[in-house]
Design a protein around this ligand. Structure first.
Ligand SMILES: Nc1ncnc2c1ncn2[C@@H]1O[C@H](COP(=O)(O)OP(=O)(O)OP(=O)(O)O)[C@@H](O)[C@H]1O
Ligand SMILES: [Mg+2]
Length: 509
């Protein structure tokens, strides 16, 4: 008898499980099916679309092979690729597949150097071992996100060889140190940034480490710097520094305090090791050599107190500006082998004020920037509304991958997708058995309304690219695509020490 009850209970459990699975599968299939049907209503210009589906029509024919794949057109099934002169901006919410369907495939498909940044280690796990097979892998990990050790070092002051470079570096530190959405003080912020720039230049000219700048700012003393600046021909910078030193105490303390806040991350000794020569034979990272290589650099930092964000932002700028220099001295002003730069979690990891301005011309130089943001407002926090519009507008590939609930942004995308005619049935009753009448009315409605876009299922993204109507694409996890085997191999491999060959993970470790 007891056995019969157990059997009945088992049958009931398995029936319930089957029902749940069927409901879940049905739910997801339905969401994909509905969205795919709507995609067929989008306007299409097949001739224009060829630029993204057929290498022969891509604007840059390159010896390095077809451009990066973004996904498959849901309607035709064709692979959509960005060319080697397209730059990309992606907005997709948390857990929508940014890293596995876009960042990792781009890294693995890159023909030359790759620079990528993130606040998580997943991208390293997915791709580092595969990329490390034929070239060096550099992992900049001052916060230990991927358990990286400083087996190499980089001097951010490499960028500060002249006042313009020092100002760029000071601006990067200032922008990355400011909390999202914080207001700039009209006097102290620019003054503090200029003071920092002058001290960065002085440190570079006197071959001192970056940490010396923190010490100068913390103590308010910088003996010898004015003289050093004059000696090296920077009289105006020396004068400006001397003027700050002569300011009334309260004002001077305010300017110094602002400048110090922008480099407060330097107080952390763990960070210092990554950017200081320990005279211990560790290799020194050279951004110019990297730009000409086929190496991969992962730059990791996470937001919050003690963030290495200012350093990852500066490293991004150092690498991209080195690539720009190399492009400028290359035939036709572009890199012979494009450099691929997927900037994952860019608003958290790389708060670089000038990024929107760079977008417009980096594509033509073969520097393939792909910026990934979780939401429109995340970008506004870093670059302001105008800057974010500039970045979004200058990217000739714009991708929305779902997961947004920002109505204004979704309404803009909905408008770009256009409208369709829908037939509405109206039934009215006016009493009696024959008193029912039906009529149809045609109404114009958005093809993708705000609610549909907000609920875009994982595995789908809306592509808005230059010269074509919006296209719904099917994205693919890197594990399911052609890189699947090498990704699985990467996942089973640990890079023990940076810039060294990967080794297989030992059982039980
Ligand atoms: N194209 C896809 N189709 C279906 N599932 C996917 C696809 N791409 C990724 N996934 C799955 O979605 C989950 C989230 O992926 P991923 O980590 O890449 O998202 P993310 O947007 O980078 O997340 P986060 O915001 O946390 O960084 C993972 O479990 C991944 O396997
Ligand atoms: Mg991610």
């Amino acid at each position: 008898m007891a056995g019969t009850y157990v059997l009945i209970a088992e049958i009931a459990t398995s029936a319930i499980l089957t029902l749940v699975v069927a409901l879940v599968v049905g739910h997801y299939r339905n969401r994909h099916e509905v969205i795919d049907l709507l995609a067929r209503r989008l306007p299409r210009n097949p001739r224009a679309l060829r630029r993204y589906t057929d290498q022969r029509y891509a604007p840059v024919a390159s010896e390095v092979g077809p451009g990066l794949a973004l996904g498959r057109d849901v309607v035709s099934g064709q692979v959509i690729r960005q060319s080697w002169e397209d730059v990309t901006a992606v907005i997709a919410g948390a857990r929508t597949g940014k890293t596995t369907s876009q960042v990792a495939p781009a890294i693995l498909a890159a023909p030359g150097a790759v620079y990528t940044c993130s606040n998580k280690r997943d991208v390293v796990d997915l791709t580092a071992a595969a990329r490390g097979k034929n070239a060096d892998v550099w992992i900049f990990d001052p916060q230990g996100i991927a358990d990286g050790h400083p087996t190499w070092w980089w001097n951010p002051l490499d960028m500060a060889g002249d006042l313009a470079g020092a100002r760029t570096l000071a601006g990067l530190f200032a922008a990355a140190s400011r909390p999202p959405g914080a207001q700039r003080d009209a006097y102290f912020d620019p003054e503090g940034e200029e003071l920092l720039a002058i001290l960065l230049l002085a440190a570079r000219l006197t071959t001192q480490p970056l940490t010396a700048v923190y010490r100068w700012l913390a103590t308010g003393r910088n003996e010898g710097t004015v003289e050093a600046l004059i000696e090296q021909g920077h009289e105006l910078a020396a004068e400006a520094l001397a003027d700050v030193m002569k300011q009334p105490e309260k004002q001077r303390a305010g300017v110094f305090g602002t400048a110090r806040k922008n480099v407060s991350f330097l107080a952390d000794p763990n960070l210092g090791t990554w950017i200081t020569d320990g005279h211990d034979n560790r290799p020194r990272f050279d951004a110019d050599a990297f730009a000409a290589s086929t190496d991969t650099l992962y730059s990791l930092s996470k937001e919050g107190p003690g963030s290495a964000g200012p350093l990852t932002a500066a490293l991004t700028a150092a690498v991209v500006l080195a690539a720009e220099r190399l492009a400028a001295s290359s035939p036709r002003g572009r890199l012979a082998i494009p450099m691929v730069c997927p900037l994952d979690e860019v608003a958290n990891v790389c708060r670089w004020r000038e990024l929107p301005d760079l977008y417009s011309h980096y594509g033509s130089r073969g520097i393939i920037l792909l910026s990934f943001l979780q939401s429109w407002s995340q970008g506004v926090d870093v670059w302001g509304e105008q800057g974010m519009r500039k970045l979004w507008g200058a990217a000739n590939i714009r991708l929305y991958g779902g997961g947004s609930n920002e109505e204004g942004f979704l309404r803009d995308i909905s408008a770009v997708c256009g409208e369709m005619d829908t037939r509405q049935l109206t039934t009215s009753y006016n009493g009696g058995r024959m008193g029912q009448s039906r009529s149809y009315a045609t109404r114009r409605e958005p093809i993708f309304d705000v609610a549909t876009l907000a609920a875009l299922p994982r595995g789908r993204a809306l592509l808005m690219a230059s010269g074509i109507d919006p296209v719904l694409i099917r994205t693919e996890s890197v594990l399911d695509g052609r890189f699947g085997p090498s990704v699985r191999e990467s996942l089973a491999t640990r890079i023990p020490s940076l810039n060294q060959s990967p080794t297989p993970v030992q059982e039980g470790t």
